[in-house]
Design a binder for this molecule. Structure first.
Ligand code: PLP
Length: 390
């Protein structure tokens, strides 16, 4: 049997077969539809008797290549590409659940995931309960008779708290729950939730997968028994990824392992610097010596990722001062870019939560998120250092 190829090789070598042009780099198939050789060919394609492309809302060579790469990297059977990371999350929840179902969700989720759970799904009779990331003993007691899904994010945005993926997998299995993990922060280069029992993994491809801050996209990868339903849901409700974005993301995956290493190298340096700074109350980074879950991080992640957060001494006033004093780094709400980005989550990405909800997940007025980029770490440090010199 052929030896299994390494992630770095698969992210480059999985490719749509070459066309008659014998191109080396896969071209962009910017077409909404595909043609049929004959009436019989069209009938057979629609009857699923033949494999082939019909219409780019259903499938496209660029989208298929992107899905194939992600599935290989995540160790998943199959996948669906979506127009955004939020579409990936919405499609997973709405495509698998029905009226009367209940979701057990980690409280430490991205802001818009909270909005889907609390504002959108209840309109269709799908309810949820939050489980506290720091009190996992209580999770089992929160499972109801109608609980169908366990949904979590680890490391969490922005607090970088972790959930034991293997433990959650056992819990999900014992209660027959669909186990879904938002793996956006780690990427499959650093963490593969399916190896710990996850049924479904979601990504915002907008973040590290693109890695260059150019395009919005998402992807779901997992067990075919669930992906089959999600493919049906996405095909008919239409949150498809554009071929152009799929082409970009697929090319980006070729450099993901190299970029993630550099993001991690830089993030470790920034976390060490902030951890020792007198104007910083605490730093959070999964592999940092002060992270309360650093041994769990080492158990389930290869490295700590490209995001660091810290609490500045002096609350919102000093956070604003720090952010306004930044010179080279970018003030933005995105993450996973080549350019280092500073964000104040309480007033931006998580501003729609109530004060109590933010407090429950550690998003204090002094919390700052740094999405560490690929610049030389000396220059990133210089800017952070001068911005803290008030
Ligand atoms: N999940 C996480 C953890 C995120 O950080 C984000 C965006 O920041 C999303 C999902 C949503 O992704 P998108 O902006 O591509 O819809």
């Amino acid at each position: 049997m052929a030896k299994k190829r390494k992630v770095e090789t698969d992210s480059i070598r999985i490719q749509t077969p070459v066309s008659r042009q014998r191109e080396h780099s896969v071209p962009l198939y910017m077409t909404s539809g595909f043609t049929f050789e004959s009436a019989e060919h069209a009938r057979a394609l629609f009857a699923n008797e033949l494999e082939g492309n019909v219409y780019s809302r259903y499938s496209n060579p660029n989208t298929d290549e992107f899905i194939k790469k992600i599935c290989t990297l995540e160790g998943a059977e199959s996948g669906v590409a979506t127009a955004s990371g939020m579409a990936a999350i919405f499609v997973t929840l709405a495509g698998l659940l029905k009226q009367g179902d209940h979701i057990l969700a980690s409280r430490s989720l991205f802001g818009s995931s909270h909005q889907i759970l609390s504002q959108v799904l209840p309109r269709w009779g799908i309810s949820f309960t939050y489980a506290d990331i720091h009190n996992t003993e209580s999770w089992e007691s929160l499972i109801q008779e109608n609980t169908r899904m366990l949904f979590l994010e680890t490391p969490s945005n922005p607090g970088l708290d972790l959930i034991d993926l293997a433990w959650a997998g056992k819990l999900a299995k014992a209660h027959n729950l669909i186990y879904a993990v938002d793996n956006c922060f780690a990427t499959p280069c650093l963490q593969r939730p399916i190896e710990f029992g996850a049924d479904i993994v979601q990504h915002s491809a907008t973040k590290f997968i693109d890695g260059q801050g150019r395009a919005i996209g998402g992807v779901i990868a997992g067990r075919e028994e669930f992906i089959e339903d999600l493919r049906f849901f996405a095909r008919h409700t239409g949150p498809a990824m554009s071929p152009f974005n799929a082409w970009l993301f697929s090319k980006s995956l070729e450099t993901l392992p190299v970029r993630m290493d550099r993001h991690c190298d830089n993030a470790e340096i920034i976390a060490d610097f902030l951890g020792d700074h007198k104007k910083v109350n605490y730093v959070k980074y999964p592999f940092h010596k002060d992270h309360p879950q650093k041994s769990l991080a080492r158990k389930q992640m290869k490295r700590g990722g490209g995001v660091v957060c810290f609490e500045i001494d002096g609350g919102y006033e000093k956070s604003k001062l720090f952010i306004d004093r930044i010179e080279m780094l970018s003030r933005s709400a995105n993450l996973g870019d080549t350019r280092t980005i500073v964000t104040h989550p309480a007033s931006t990405t998580h501003s729609k939560l109530s004060d109590e909800e933010r407090e429950a997940v550690g998003i204090t007025p002094g919390l700052i998120r740094i999405a560490v980029g690929l610049e030389n770490s000396d220059d990133i440090l210089l800017d952070i250092e001068q911005a803290l010199s008030y």
